[in-house]
Design a protein around this ligand. Structure first.
Ligand code: ATP
Length: 517
């Protein structure tokens, strides 16, 4: 685990050193859980967004996009339930003065029991080798049974307090923390305050106070911008059910515990798609979207073993199915995307609060009804983090040296091709520029002439550039260059006229999208 944390720290500093992610307002020492994307980060982020947008809007005839404003009428958030219920239960440690999410403290305690079980299993696996029978071991080993019993009891109590009548049972939650002997990781004490609810929405005011300013919120999710536009899009686009509306945009949450870099931010970006369907068909569509979204993730080639579904047993009162797609980060399997069957909750609430009729007239059955919704909701920044974590490698080379390389999927890489003149003379820089001038319309190219070729390769490896081309003496004679592959480091001689054909297909988002069909 300590080793994994080390790797994570290195990824965070790599992101800063190579222009991917900077702390916000860095010269003023940053702002808690807010980050800026640098020259390479913004390219990677844009490519992720393009991969998602095109997979939704280009590949589905019945999905269209919108771009709703961040500020919305305040009643939106009353109707959606966010004003009354978008809360996190928080608890303070009186000695360290640190604040925690009470539910997270309990979940971490459950993870500790799971870890202990896993360690016993791994030890036994090593001892027994091929003869190891995990099911039998789990059923008979005393230490495993003891930890499983503790886990089950805690899980049951946790479910009870989270699903208590009238909302979360805050006293019950504190009691669990005391009974489990959970200590503050900073002070090491159990000197806890009571658990309180804390609303995560940022508030501001619109208009001047003299004219009676109204309180408005920075949206905590992009979804409501879609729901309030359902009628506009359905009518003007003459959309027939089932159909979807996709949107990419910023969301804001005043997260209490904001750590793990860009995993949990106060300002972040979401890619959400609400799919409107006929009531009664939701579980089929839920299953279909689970499969479609998992395929989108796995299509990046990071290995199926690094993903899993985490089906919710605690459902929001309006949902009838929900799952997370989790990715194996250096700090464990963590949610990257949520898929929710939201019934007709949001549209009905907006109908109620706005007084407008929000329904769909089904020409096949001649009836009107409020559509049901399946939502897919993914964080751009978490996706960015998962890609960075999986791509980062400190590689030992056969000659004893090491290199830091980002094995980014070529279609997502910020720079696709770097072109180097071997030396700064004999017309090599001009030739290199000529190549770039020709290819820059097709993909992002970069020119580099400083330092030895080896150093230039390393700099490109560190930003995940999949291809480097070197112009040398021979190029001036026969118009061929060496083309070097980032992952294998192999170099081959190719004609300049073949470069576009060799590279374009490998680095285009289109090639990724084609694999989805
Ligand atoms: P968590 O349980 O981690 O707080 P959530 O279940 O509240 O997340 P959703 O409301 O389902 O998250 O939001 C959908 C997606 O938005 C998440 O899967 C995640 O990728 C992203 N997301 C949510 N909150 C944040 C945040 N604070 N920072 C970055 N991304 C976020």
């Amino acid at each position: 685990m300590a080793q994994q944390e080390d790797v994570f720290k290195k990824i965070v500093s790599h992101c800063k050193e190579y222009g991917f992610v900077f702390p916000s307002s860095d010269i003023y020492d940053g702002l808690g859980a807010v980050y800026d994307y640098g020259q390479n980060g913004v390219e990677l982020k844009n490519n992720i967004k393009q991969y998602w947008w095109q997979s939704m809007v280009l590949l589905h005839e019945n999905i269209v996009g919108i771009d709703a404003a961040i500020f919305m009428h305040p009643t939106t958030w009353k109707a959606s339930g966010h004003v009354d219920a978008f809360n996190d239960p928080l608890i303070d440690n009186r000695d360290s003065k640190k604040r925690y999410r009470a539910d997270v403290l309990i979940e971490e305690q459950m993870a500790k029991y799971e870890d202990k079980i896993q360690k016993e299993i791994e030890k036994a696996q090593k001892r027994f080798g091929d003869a190891f029978d995990e099911a039998q071991f789990r059923a008979t080993n005393a230490r495993v049974l003891e930890n499983q019993e503790k886990y089950d009891a805690l899980h049951k109590r946790f479910q009870e307090v989270m699903n208590a009548e009238g909302g979360i049972d805050l006293e019950g939650m504190k009691q669990i923390i005391l009974d489990e002997g959970i200590v503050c990781p900073i002070s090491g004490t159990r000197n806890w305050t009571d658990v309180r609810q804390f609303n995560l929405m940022f508030k501001t005011e619109m208009g001047s106070t003299a004219d009676g300013a109204s309180t408005i919120y920075l949206r905590p999710e992009t979804a409501q911008g879609i729901f309030v536009n359902y009628l506009n899009v359905q009518k003007t686009g003459r959309m027939k059910l089932p159909f979807g509306i996709a949107q990419i945009g910023k969301a804001f949450r005043n997260e209490i515990v904001a750590r793990q870099f860009i995993f949990r931010m106060r300002e972040f970006e979401q890619m959400e798609m609400q799919f409107f369907i006929k009531p009664g068909t939701e579980l089929d569509w839920f299953a279909k979207w689970k499969e479609t979204r998992m395929k989108w993730h796995q299509n990046l080639g990071f290995g199926a073993e690094n993903y899993r579904f985490h089906d919710h047993d605690k459902l929001a009162h309006y949902a009838n199915a929900a799952t997370d797609i989790e990715f194996h980060m250096p700090f464990g399997f963590k949610e990257v995307e949520g898929i929710h069957s939201r019934t007709n909750f949001d549209l009905s609430q907006h109908a109620k609060y706005s007084g407008k009729k929000i329904e769909y007239f089904d020409p096949e059955t001649n009836e009107s009804y409020t559509p049901y919704v399946i939502e897919t909701s993914i964080g751009v920044d978490r996706m960015f983090l998962s890609i960075m974590c999986h791509s980062y490698e400190e590689q030992q080379l056969p000659d004893g040296q090491t290199r830091t390389v980002l094995h980014l999927p070529a279609a997502l890489a910020p720079v696709k091709l770097a072109v180097f003149p071997l030396t700064k003379k004999d017309g090599m820089p001009e030739k290199a520029q000529e190549i770039i001038n020709d290819l820059r319309f097709h993909f992002n190219c970069k020119y580099e002439e400083k330092d030895q070729i080896g150093k230039r390769y390393r700099r490109m490896d560190a930003i995940g550039c999949p291809y480097c081309v070197t112009v040398d003496q021979q190029t001036l004679e026969d118009n061929t260059v060496t083309l070097r592959d980032r992952d294998t480091m192999e170099q081959r001689r190719v004609a300049i006229s073949d470069l576009r054909g060799i590279i374009e297909d490998k680095v285009s988002i289109t090639s990724l999208l084609k694999k989805l069909l």
